[in-house]
Design a protein around this ligand. Structure first.
Ligand code: MG
Length: 255
């Protein structure tokens, strides 16, 4: 070993020590700097919840339908909900009327699973038609839109007659599908005029199909939508459109 190599070998541990010290010192300084910066927010700490899984509700949700009863529902005409409860699901009974939640809701996150009939009958708007009406006024269309041509602002996942879904994420008839809806209720002035419109985001089967669109007013079949003042909280209704559409696993988180 020559003299130069000998010196380098002896000094190597010293270099290592100095390098590590510089690294640790600078890391500490950076950490202190971050902690002192006002962009770090420490409170309020979000509440810890159990998020559930694909078939169960999060621990902080109100369960509106878990398959065992229809206690949270009534007819929109008042009185008992007359849909069929069987095999953990509730199914539209033709001409029994639409149903609604007994409780009322405003801003919310809503999870709904639905299934159009496996046996395909009819077409267009007569195939597996139902609907989820936020605050009993604003419809997210439920329809068998698997290989079923209809007007696009009335297909599954449309905000009926207002917004076409971004894509058609429908499963085959007879298969369960999920809507996850994030809804911001409208705000009204004292004189009844709309102050702030409602907004809605819809995810179907894990796919974004409505991206924070502004609701234009009450769902209307053949006229222009317009707002009419209503309470800050109103029920959610499910439509009887004459098709035996089934529902299960419905839960809501108030926001
Ligand atoms: Mg409908």
């Amino acid at each position: 070993m020559n003299k130069k190599n000998f010196i380098l070998k002896r000094l190597k541990p010293a270099f290592l020590f100095i390098g590590t010290s510089i690294f640790l010192f600078s890391s500490t300084c950076i950490g202190q700097e971050n902690k002192s910066k006002s962009t770090a927010i420490w409170e309020p700490v979000p509440v810890v919840i159990n998020p559930g899984n694909a078939t169960t509700a999060p621990s902080d949700a109100i369960v509106l339908m878990n398959g065992t009863n229809m206690n949270e529902w009534e007819s929109t005409k008042g009185g008992k909900a007359k849909w069929k409860l069987e095999n953990g699901e509730m199914t539209v009974v033709k001409k029994s009327g639409s149903i609604r939640t007994k409780r009322s809701f405003g801003d919310c996150q809503l999870h709904v699973e639905w299934r159009s009939p496996a046996i395909v009958k009819d077409d267009s708007q007569d195939r597996g038609n139902s609907g989820i009406f936020l605050q009993e006024r604003y419809e997210v269309q439920v329809l068998d839109s698997y290989d079923n041509k209809t007007y696009v602002n009335g297909q599954a996942g449309s905000i009926y007659k207002q917004y076409i879904p971004l894509v058609n994420a429908c499963r085959r008839p007879g298969e369960w599908q999920a809507y996850d809806i994030i809804y911001k209720a409208p705000v009204f002035k004292d004189n009844g005029e709309m102050d702030k419109p409602a907004y809605i985001t819809v995810i179907q089967n894990g796919v974004l199909i409505q991206n924070h669109v502004e609701i234009l007013g009450n769902t209307a079949h053949s006229s222009a939508p317009s707002y009419k003042k209503h309470g800050t909280k109103e029920p959610i209704s499910l439509q009887d459109h004459g098709s035996p559409v089934s529902y299960r696993n419905i839960w809501i988180r108030e926001l």
